[in-house]
Structure formats: C-alpha cells, structure tokens
Design a protein around this ligand. Structure first.
Ligand SMILES: NC(=O)c1ccc[n+]([C@@H]2O[C@H](COP(=O)([O-])OP(=O)(O)OC[C@H]3O[C@@H](n4cnc5c(N)ncnc54)[C@H](OP(=O)(O)O)[C@@H]3O)[C@@H](O)[C@H]2O)c1
Length: 272
C-alpha cells in the first residue's frame, strides 16, 4: 500500500514537472490524426500546450482536433501534406496569426510504401519517401526558423527509425529518407544553435497501432515474437512512452541537448 502510494506520488510529481515545463508553449505537430503524432498531441494538450495539428485528410485531422478540444485543448487544425512547401508556410503563418509565436515543432508526419527489395525500388517509391520525409521535415524546419530565431528560443524534434540504422531488408527507401532526416537534424543543430534553437531526432518504437495483432493466433504469435529479445520486452505506447521524451525535448530541461538522436524504443536497437 505504502509502495503504491509512493509510486502515485512520483507519477503526480512527474505530471506536475511536465506541466510546468510545457504549459503555455505553442507547438506544431505534423501527422497528428493517428498513431504516435496523435499520442504526442494528446500528451501536449493534457499539459497545457497550445497546439497546431496537421495531416493530409481534412476530415481526419478535424476529427482529431475536435477530440483534442474536448480534452480542454486550444487546438488549430490545418490539413495538408508535409511534402507541399506552401502548406508548411501556411501552417506556421496561421499558428503565428493565432498565438503570436511558435515554440516547438514536432516533425512527425511521414508517408509510407510497402516494404520491397532494393532491386524492385522505383522512382515513385523514392520520391514519395523523400518528398514526405527529409523534404517535408526541412520545409517545416525552415518555416519555423524565423519566429523561433526572432525570440531566441526554439525546439525542433524530428523522427528517424531504427530499421534505417540496422539496414532493415525491404526498408531501403524508408531507411534512406529517415537517415537523411537525421543528417538534416545535425546540420540544423549546428547552423541554428546560436539562434537559440535546438534540433533533435527521436527514433520511436510503437508497432501495435500500425498493425494491431488482433485475435488471430498466428499474428499474435509473431507480434509477441517481436519482443523476445527485447530489453524491456514490450511495445512502446505513444502517450505513455514516446510523448514524455518529446515533451522533454520541447522543454527547457533539454536546453543543452542538440543534434542528438534519442532511441525511444525500450532498448530495441540493442537486440542481436
Ligand atoms: N510506429 C513505429 O514503430 C515507428 C518506428 C520508427 C519510426 N517511426 C516514425 O514515427 C513517425 C510516426 O509514425 P506512426 O507509426 O505514428 O505513423 P502512422 O500511424 O502511419 O501515422 C502517420 C500520421 O501522419 C499523417 N501523414 C502521413 N503522411 C502524411 C503527409 N504526407 N503529410 C501530412 N501528414 C501525413 C497521417 O495522417 P493522414 O493519413 O491523414 O495524412 C497520420 O496522422 C513517422 O515519422 C515514422 O516514420 C515510427
């Protein structure tokens, strides 16, 4: 009983700490209609962040924004593809119009293609992954730079992937696009550090929302097998596991961290 109440107290303190670090910030989260982006959006709204959310499908992002508002969030939804440079500028302009500033960018959106061997990769595969990966991330990074530099403070969080670092077979275009994002992250960290802007990359792991194992015994078995050699032995949760690290990177607690890639994967990269 005493141990449970200590755990509750710790959780309460952690929540208060996150609230103090994040409350009142203005943050843009791209690709926030579902998955990890949606989990991050929920966490940020729950900690008092004013939020602009994006994704391609207007009805999906509007539905997500309505649910975030029902949680008490001050939320602006702007539909569009991150691969469209004009969309990036529009998102930032509308955010500044509404709240006067931008404190953070969570460049989470990325379009995908089915896995395929390198020998079968064609130009449309490379184009889609690069247009919505490094190019889309860069358009948003460029767009938030002026308001962030003007106030001498900004936080940018980008997204890479472990399968790029381990050379995952079938993930050629995806992995190449994600490694290009990590490279842009380091260059921006060096070029914009004196403007007060930190730029870091997160390599998340949260598999279940993309391919829910369901009740099928074979799919359940292969899902469980994913975590056989895994240090923590379980999948990541977008809200409980990924979002708090993104929150830390958006906060002043991370002011001396830049150009880094943080594995938020339960140690999964270390698997043999
Ligand atoms: N899940 C993992 O385990 C994992 C592992 C490593 C890295 N990551 C990275 O983490 C990020 C989130 O992954 P996720 O698993 O949450 O993906 P997801 O479930 O497929 O969600 C992607 C989100 O981005 C939006 N989106 C897709 N293409 C877009 C585009 N071109 N422009 C604007 N929005 C777009 C989607 O909404 P619409 O369809 O409405 O546009 C959706 O809201 C990605 O960068 C991914 O590469 C994920």
């Amino acid at each position: 009983m005493a141990a449970a109440s200590k755990a509750e107290t710790r959780l309460h303190c952690l929540e208060q700490y996150a609230q103090a670090m994040l409350e009142g910030q203005v943050v843009i989260v791209t690709g926030a209609s579902k998955g990890i982006g949606r989990g991050i959006a929920e966490y940020l709204v729950d900690h008092g962040v004013k939020l602009t959310v994006t994704s391609r499908k207007p009805e999906r992002i509007e539905a997500a924004a309505s649910e975030l508002r029902e949680r008490g969030g001050d939320v602006l939804a702007v539909p569009g593809s991150v691969g469209d440079r004009a969309h990036a500028n529009e998102v930032v302009d509308r955010t500044v119009e509404r709240w006067g500033t931008v404190d953070g960018l969570v460049a989470n959106a990325q379009s995908f293609r089915p896995t395929m061997p390198l020998l079968e990769v064609a130009e449309p595969d490379m184009d889609l992954l690069f247009d919505t990966g490094p190019k889309g991330t860069l358009w948003f990074m460029q767009a938030v730079h002026p308001p962030m530099a003007a106030k001498g403070r900004g936080r940018i969080v980008t997204f890479g992937t472990n399968v790029a670092m381990t050379g995952g077979p079938g993930y050629g275009p995806y992995g190449a696009a994600k490694e290009a994002i990590r490279s842009l992250t380091r260059t921006a960290a060096r070029e914009w550090g004196r403007d007060g802007i930190t730029v870091n990359c997160v390599n998340p792991a949260s598999v279940a929302h993309r391919a829910p194992p369901g009740d099928d015994p074979d799919r359940l078995a292969s899902y469980k097998a994913l975590f056989d050699n895994h240090p923590l032995g379980r999948d990541g949760d977008p809200v409980a596991d990924i979002a708090p690290v993104v929150g830390f990177l958006l906060s002043d607690a991370s002011q001396y961290v830049t150009g880094e890639t943080i594995q938020v994967d339960g140690g999964g990269l270390m698997r043999p």
